[in-house]
Design a binder for this molecule. Structure first.
Ligand SMILES: [Fe+2]
Length: 111
């Protein structure tokens, strides 16, 4: 399945705002220390109905799946990943919609 990437992350369409993960990164990150990536889908909260919902949210690093949260109808389309970084790097967060496929946001962290 192809991953949808926003054409302009600073000017998302309403459809993109529904699907591209919105990620909060804490300030004052410390290399080697666990921190929280708070994710919700999306800037406009996606529906979580029986026929149309976010099936999961994935955290990737260097093309490696680190963690996947499985979601279903009636659940809030959000999660918290506890992760760590050893050097300035970028993570990919992918939301999966049962009707509209996979949607990616890249988040870079630095100490
Ligand atoms: Fe959708």
């Amino acid at each position: 399945m192809d991953i949808n990437k926003p054409k302009n992350i600073d000017n998302l369409s309403n459809f993109e705002r529904l699907h591209v993960p919105f990620v909060e990164v804490p300030y004052n990150l410390i290399k080697g220390s666990v921190f929280e990536l708070r994710v919700r889908v999306g800037e406009i909260m996606h529906a979580m109905e029986e026929e149309h919902f976010i099936t999961g949210i994935e955290l990737h690093h260097d093309d490696r799946l680190i963690e996947k949260i499985t979601l279903g109808p009636q659940m809030p389309p959000k999660c918290v990943f506890n992760t760590v970084f050893e050097e300035n790097t970028c993570f990919r967060i992918v939301a999966v919609c049962n009707l509209h496929g996979m949607w990616e946001r890249v988040v870079c962290v630095r100490a």
